[in-house]
Design a binder for this molecule. Sequence first.
Ligand SMILES: [Zn+2]
Length: 162
Amino acid sequence: MSEFPVADRYFARFLADRVPFALLRRHATAGAQEDQVLRDVDDWVPDTRGSVSRAIVFPLDSDLEEITAAEAEAVQRMVADREYRPLSKAPAVTPWEAQGCAVCRRQWETSERPQFIAENAADHSALYRCTECRTWWLLSERAAAAVQADDIRPNYHEYLSD
Ligand SMILES: [Zn+2]
């Protein structure tokens, strides 16, 4: 038996916009491997159609795309949540009603705007902060969005005292 470390390989099938709808893996254990399809949360069944083998041997002819273990984890969370989102590096979009508080959302909706903090010409953005809930808001060319301090630190570090 070989002693080299074994790792699972993951494959996904995507709809448009990289929304995953199937997750498969080559599950490796010491000295053995099995190709499997995720049927439900933590429920892997054998890949009886040989999809994983095909993806490995003929990657260009396969409709599966190999993904990282971290991406596979993200897909499994989607399965658990019963909510499928595009698989991308970008953070999940927070719905408008979940951003900031009623006060600052209303300020944007009425173009009154939360308190202006600074703008960054190079980033084409401006930073605002709600005096009620202390949420940071970044106004970009496209839209205003509630952001975390860490997201804006590269451009606005001198304003992020707390
Ligand atoms: Zn607020």
